[in-house]
Design a protein around this ligand. Structure first.
Ligand code: SAM
Length: 294
């Protein structure tokens, strides 16, 4: 048992119990109505006590040490301002692996896992060279490097601070030898002819759609990760132009936003790429556009 949960070790009447802290936090969180209050309270308390959620819940009558109670209280206050739980925990799971995340990067979304799944279905050489444009935390590019053991990945981002996070993730996940991180605008300075696959989850929200985002997203996630300059499709439009020198047949797989299907079809029709298909996510929303160089 963790010393933090040893109820015989220094418990006193003033020290709150796990279940007392959880109940009070759940009540406050449910008034704020951001996410599931019971789960969020448990996740945060488990983190500060160095326990899993299951261990915490199995010891609900144990005492929370003062230092942990203070730390929990400060995380709870941040959560009550709307700061996402993933930033408070500095971690988000993607494709079954933990990724460091903080305010420098977009929090990886479950729907982006579809892009990885579809990429793994592509007919690729045994040691493919893969380009991930706008890598953020590195979740797509690093996952592909891990899933395809002989793959070499170049991952770009305009934001050096996002690349610092991707670099930490590459180190933690043990793929630094096969991943190169490049600070650049899309693929500028790279030779597109050397890639067998290009993947991207670019910013695809227009500035005029900002009010439709939840305050949690709008206030806390990086604007450069969310918003496409000029209009929602501008980054995709630029990808279709800037990557036109990829080899014939090379797949370009891009995550798209809700309601963007028609626009994506019309952008492809005037571009050097043919739109092979748009694959839906589990909610049935058209999510991943797969283009091939004509
Ligand atoms: C929607 S986020 C995706 C991050 C990550 N790939 C994911 O799926 O969670 C878009 C990323 O593209 C980067 N970005 C935005 N404009 C860019 C550009 N012109 N060139 C390269 N990266 C860009 C942002 O900094 C951000 O990290």
């Amino acid at each position: 048992m963790s010393a933090a949960l040893d109820s015989s070790a220094g418990a006193d009447n003033a020290s709150p119990l796990v279940e007392e802290i959880l109940t009070a936090a759940r009540n406050r969180l449910s008034k704020a109505s951001f996410g599931p209050p019971t789960r969020e309270a448990a996740l945060l308390l488990a983190r500060v006590m160095g326990l899993t959620e299951a261990q915490l819940l199995a010891h609900s009558r144990d005492v929370v040490p003062p230092a942990a109670a203070d730390e929990f209280s400060s995380l709870l206050e941040r959560r009550l301002t709307g700061e996402p739980v993933a930033y408070l925990l500095q971690e988000k799971e993607f494709f079954g692996r933990p990724f460091l995340v903080d305010s420098r990067v977009l929090i990886p979304r479950p729907e982006t896992e579809h892009l990885v799944e579809f990429a793994l279905e592509q007919n690729l050489p045994r040691s493919p060279s893969i380009l991930d444009v706008g890598t953020g935390s590195g979740c797509i590019g690093l996952t592909l490097a891990l899933e395809i053991s002989a793959a070499r990945v170049v991952a770009t981002d305009l934001s050096p601070s996002a690349l610092a996070v991707a670099s930490t993730n590459a180190r933690r996940l043990g793929v630094t030898d096969r991943v190169r991180l490049v600070a650049t605008d899309l693929a500028r300075g790279l030779d597109p002819t050397r890639f067998d696959l290009v993947v991207s989850n670019p910013p695809y929200i227009g500035h005029d759609e900002a009010d439709e985002l939840s305050p949690e997203v709008r206030r806390f996630e990086p604007a450069t990760a969310l918003f496409s300059p000029v209009d929602a499709h501008r980054v995709l439009e630029r990808l279709l132009t800037d990557l036109q020198s990829v080899k014939m047949g090379t797949p370009l797989m891009v995550e798209i936003g809700f309601g963007q299907r028609d626009k994506v079809e019309s952008l492809a029709s005037g571009s050097p790429f043919e739109l092979a298909t748009i694959r839906p996510d589990y909610a049935g929303i058209p999510r991943v556009a797969i283009f091939h160089r004509r």
